[in-house]
Design a protein around this ligand. Structure first.
Ligand SMILES: [Zn+2]
Length: 250
């Protein structure tokens, strides 16, 4: 178990637990968000998505997911049992970034090979998980940005867990830039086979710190366990493990 440390909420005085590495914390009792090291208020916008799912809705949503799609065993919905479900408000940074790349490369799919140049210009609301060791399929999470509301601690269910941020804005931004650059390289590689030069410039827009309601579900099927990650705002399955279906004559 990691060591839990304590500070007092600078707004209401309630004790706040935090773990080493966490840098921004939100009070459970009054919603005040502060920087742990300084005790000063967090000055950037803090938003959230509202959770629209309860146990029963999660259950029916999961059954529906199990019944749909082709890659799943036919009896998945009937034969599996949900053994764990928990709601966690996960911290994210959403960074508005305009990215411009110009590249030069060699197109080798024709003979003789030719040198090609190109540009990629895109706007992103790039998502970065504000946790370090936590695994989360960030790229598969289609963030329901239109549902964003100011953070309101009264909207957080008593049974839910809230994770604090371990990543500062500047660090999130660096990560976003690297990921966007890699993404643009991937895009450029659709056009040329070898990239010889590539430059990317960024224009930074708004940064939003946000908590999103994420359900972590474990289900059992034929004595094996599988995980599903569900967006509590929209009911979308962000990622779901599927047992390998056995086809054949037996
Ligand atoms: Zn407080």
């Amino acid at each position: 178990m990691p060591i839990v440390q304590k500070i007092d909420c600078a707004h209401c005085g309630a004790p706040i637990d935090f773990k080493p590495g966490e840098i921004v914390t939100t009070c459970r009792y009054c919603g005040f968000t502060q920087v742990i090291e300084t005790g000063q208020p967090f000055t950037l916008a803090h938003s959230m998505f509202l959770n629209e799912y309860d146990d029963a809705l999660v259950e029916s949503r999961i059954r529906e997911w199990m019944r749909s799609g082709f890659a799943k065993p036919g009896n998945l919905a009937k034969a599996s049992k949900i053994t764990e479900r928990s709601l966690t408000y996960m911290p994210f940074w959403i960074l508005g970034i305009e990215a411009f790349s110009s590249y030069k490369g060699v197109f080798e799919r024709i003979t003789p090979a030719v040198v090609k140049e190109g540009r990629i210009e895109k706007h992103y609301d790039w998502l970065v998980l504000a946790r370090k060791a936590t695994q989360f399929p960030t790229r598969e999470y289609d963030v329901p940005l239109e549902g964003k509301v100011p953070y309101d601690f009264r909207k957080i269910e008593a049974f839910a867990k809230i994770l604090n941020s371990e990543v500062e804005r500047s660090e999130a931004l660096e990560k976003a830039k690297q990921e966007i650059e890699a993404h643009h390289q991937f895009l450029a590689k659709q056009e040329v086979d070898k990239i010889s030069e590539m430059q990317t410039k960024f224009e930074l827009g708004d940064a939003v710190y946000l908590h999103a309601p994420i359900w972590f579900i474990v289900y059992e099927y034929k004595r094996e366990t599988f995980q599903i990650i569900l967006d509590g705002a929209t009911g979308m399955v962000i990622k779901g493990d599927i047992p390998a279906a056995k086809f054949g004559l037996f």
